[in-house]
Design a protein around this ligand. Structure first.
Ligand code: CDT
Length: 301
C-alpha cells in the first residue's frame, strides 16, 4: 500500500476586488480542515489567488502585471507556505507568474511537506484568443496575457509516488496525460477555471461543460492508469459563472469523490498509488503494446 490522502480544495468565486490576502485566508481555512482530516496533500485551483482575470480586456501592460506574481512565495502567500510546513502537508496551487526576465506564464507549483517548492509547471495549452472579440459573449484572453509553457510535462518523485501537473484546458488533450504517463505518472494534479457556458455557442451550458470535463478526466486517468485530482474555481465571479465539479478520479477512470457546491469546499480521498500498478503492467503496459511507428503524425503536424 502507498496511500496518499489527498484533498481537492475547491475555491468558490473570487471577485475582482478581493485582495490576495483574503483569498489566502480562505485557502488557509481549507488547509486547516485538510490537516485535521490527516491529508498529505492539498490541491488548489488554477489562478487560485485572484479572479479569473483573462475574462477582462486590458491594453495597459502595467495593469496586466498587477495580476501576476513576481516571486513565489511572496508576502501574500508566505502564510500558506508557513502553514503547510507547520502542518506537514504538501500543497499545489496555480498563479500567474511573471519571471525576472519579463515572461508571463499560467503556472502551478507543488511543494513537499516542508513547504519547499519541488515542482513547477507552466500551462502549455492556452485557450481563447489574443485580441478583443466582439462576437463572443465574454472574453477569454489567455493567449493575450500568457506565453505557452516552456517546461513540458515533467513528473516529480514525492510522497512515495510519481506526481505530475497540468492546468485546466490541458486536461482536454490526450497528449498531456500520455507524456506524463510515459514517465510513469501515478497522480496528476490540476486546477481549472471553466466558464459554465461556451462564449461562442450559448446552447452549450453547464451540463455539457461538466460532461466534457468528467469525460476527459476519466479517460485520461484510465488510459494512463493514474489518479487525477481536478480542482475548480467555481461559482459566479463578477457576473461570470464557472463550473464546479471538482473530482478525484482513480486509475480505473472512476470518480471516487466529487464536490457538491460551487463554494469553498474540501473533497478528499485516500488514494493507494499501488492501484496504478495493475493497469500499467497489463492493458496499458506502454513498452509492450504501443506502436510508435504509427504515431509520427501526432508530433509532425
Ligand atoms: N482556464 C481554462 O483553460 N479554461 C478553458 C476554457 C475554454 S473556452 C476558451 C477550459 O478548457 O476549461
Amino acid at each position: 500500500m502507498r496511500p496518499v490522502h489527498v484533498a481537492a480544495a475547491q475555491l468558490g468565486p473570487i471577485q475582482k476586488a478581493e485582495p490576495r490576502e483574503a483569498v489566502v485566508a480562505r485557502m488557509l481555512a481549507l488547509l486547516d480542515a485538510a490537516a485535521d482530516k490527516g491529508c498529505d496533500l492539498v490541491v488548489y485551483p488554477e489562478l487560485a489567488l485572484t479572479t479569473f482575470f483573462p475574462r477582462w480586456y486590458m491594453e495597459d501592460q502595467a495593469e496586466v502585471d498587477t495580476w501576476f506574481e513576481a516571486e513565489m512565495p511572496n508576502a501574500a502567500t508566505q502564510p500558506l507556505f508557513d502553514a503547510a510546513k507547520a502542518k506537514g502537508v504538501a500543497i499545489s496551487f496555480g498563479y500567474a507568474e511573471l519571471t525576472p526576465d519579463g515572461h508571463h506564464f499560467n503556472t502551478s507549483i507543488l511543494t513537499d511537506k516542508t513547504g519547499t517548492i519541488i515542482g513547477k509547471y507552466r500551462k502549455v495549452h492556452l485557450p481563447g484568443h489574443d485580441e478583443f472579440d466582439p462576437e463572443r459573449a465574454f472574453q477569454h484572453l489567455e493567449k493575450r496575457y500568457f506565453e505557452p509553457g516552456d517546461l513540458g510535462f515533467p513528473v516529480w518523485q514525492t510522497l512515495g509516488g510519481v506526481f505530475g501537473m497540468c492546468i485546466c484546458n490541458d486536461r482536454r488533450w490526450p497528449e498531456t496525460y500520455r507524456v506524463m504517463g510515459l514517465q510513469g505518472v501515478e497522480m496528476v494534479l490540476l486546477g481549472y477555471n471553466t466558464p459554465s457556458v461556451n462564449s461562442q455557442k450559448s446552447a452549450e451550458g453547464p451540463e455539457d461543460r461538466l460532461f466534457h470535463h468528467r469525460l476527459v478526466l476519466q479517460s485520461g486517468a484510465y488510459q494512463n492508469a493514474t489518479f487525477v485530482v481536478a480542482v475548480a474555481k467555481a461559482g459566479v465571479e463578477d457576473g461570470h459563472p464557472l463550473i464546479g465539479g471538482s473530482v478525484i478520479v482513480d486509475p480505473n477512470g472512476k470518480i471516487v469523490a466529487e464536490s457538491l457546491t460551487e463554494d469553498d469546499e474540501l473533497v478528499t480521498a485516500v488514494c493507494d498509488l499501488d492501484e496504478t500498478v495493475f493497469g500499467k503492467e497489463t492493458i496499458f503496459d506502454f513498452a509492450r503494446h504501443r506502436r510508435i511507428e504509427h504515431y509520427g503524425r501526432i508530433t509532425s503536424q
